[in-house]
Design a protein around this ligand. Structure first.
Ligand SMILES: CC(C)(COP(=O)(O)OP(=O)(O)OC[C@H]1O[C@@H](n2cnc3c(N)ncnc32)[C@H](O)[C@@H]1OP(=O)(O)O)[C@@H](O)C(=O)NCCC(=O)NCCS
Length: 332
């Protein structure tokens, strides 16, 4: 329901929603705020971004308070006009959140609270990485621990129950051609792609030094035909890749078929498997390299079915490994 006009007539537009993102620095407020804005068209209110674009220090608390007031005023106008808004201020104090909640309830605006609960170890990991980025304001890790123990009042289950339920849009990721700075990640992918057979321990990472593995990636980009596709998540973190290289007959890979058919390797970081990312990255690499071969363990049903569904066919079996090939004319 929209706010009523002076004579009590409601226009029936959908009710706007305020989404409050609540969490400590490093909890992902900006990432989630951008995700919501992209998916729904909501307007983001992020004081840190305004301060950064103004070239002022993020530690100027008086200015921060003034900007929050300005953003809140703008938020009210937008909500009353029917536009959804995401607030990314952190809203550490219960009283601060209650004030926003109360205003929304008084003005027939939906209000949802998203508590970004991240364990302290993970916050430290993210902030250490962020602090190392050029141009980022350093947030001392000790300060975060002090905030967590002091001013930060995480919402209780009872508090969250007072808000309108809200389901976050699913995370976004993008698939793009590889760049030189992806090469260390391609080595991670090579390691992840080593199938660990049932009942066996994973091999140590040093196994990548063996020529039988290293020749898939050594000097990647310098051999004609080297190509890769990489998937990054909404924070820019790499989460999957597929790469291919034309191997030589006198130095073949396990899935070698012919010198003009590149051999494929791929993997998705474990936490992101089963969400369509492996299919996407492979389809994109196949666009540029429609003919490829590969070797897949006979236990690796998920990978084998994915390959078959994209036109790879079984060529032969060698012990526990299948060699598969896809020709340029295979159907998808
Ligand atoms: C194999 C791998 C790359 C697939 O990537 P993924 O992102 O998990 O797969 P997708 O989500 O794109 O799904 C691909 C297909 O496999 C199916 N699938 C995915 N996970 C599955 C699971 N756990 N069980 C059964 N089927 C599964 C999906 O249903 C999908 O089929 P559909 O598109 O017809 O629905 C990934 O699981 C992986 O990295 N595995 C470890 C490394 C590896 O084995 N690399 C290949 C070496 S040859």
């Amino acid at each position: 329901m929209a706010p009523a006009n002076a004579v009590g007539v409601s226009y029936g537009e959908p009710m706007a929603r305020l989404i409050i993102l609540c969490g400590l620095p490093g909890s992902g407020k900006t990432t989630i705020g951008r995700r919501i804005a992209d998916a729904t068209g909501a307007v983001r209110m992020c004081v840190d971004e305004w301060m950064t674009s103004m070239g002022v220090t993020l530690w100027d608390e008086a200015l921060r308070a003034r900007l929050e007031r300005a953003q809140w005023s703008e938020t009210q106008t937008l909500l009353l006009a029917g536009t959804d808004v995401v607030i990314e201020w952190g809203t550490w104090a219960r009283s601060e959140r209650d004030a926003l909640h109360g205003w929304c309830r008084d003005h027939e605006v939906q209000v949802s609270l998203v508590h970004l609960e991240v364990p302290m170890d993970e916050l430290r990991r993210r902030l250490t990485a962020r602090n190392a980025q050029p141009g980022e304001t350093e947030i001392p890790l000790d300060d975060v621990a002090a905030w967590a123990a002091g001013p930060w009042q995480p919402p209780t289950a009872d508090e969250i129950d007072r808000y309108d339920p809200y389901e976050l849009p699913p995370p976004r990721w993008i698939s793009r051609p590889w760049r030189a700075d992806d090469i260390p990640f391609l080595w991670d992918v090579l390691y992840l792609s080593i199938h660990v057979r049932e009942g066996h321990e994973p091999l140590p990472r040093e196994v990548l030094d063996d020529h039988a593995l290293a020749h898939y990636l050594r000097d990647f980009g310098r051999h004609p035909g080297d190509d890769a596709q990489v998937v990054v998540d909404e924070t820019g973190e790499r989460i999957a890749a597929a790469y291919c290289r034309r191997m030589r007959a006198d130095d073949p890979g396990w899935g070698f078929v012919r010198e003009d058919v590149p051999e494929l390797g791929m993997a998705v970081v474990e936490a992101h498997r089963g969400k369509g990312i492996g299919r996407r990255v492979l389809v994109d690499l196949l666009e540029r390299n429609p003919a490829m071969s590969l070797s897949v363990d006979d236990e690796n049903d998920v990978a084998r079915r994915l390959y078959e569904s994209l036109g790879f066919e079984l060529l032969h079996r060698d012990g526990t490994a299948f060699t598969m090939i896809r020709t340029a004319h295979s159907d998808r």
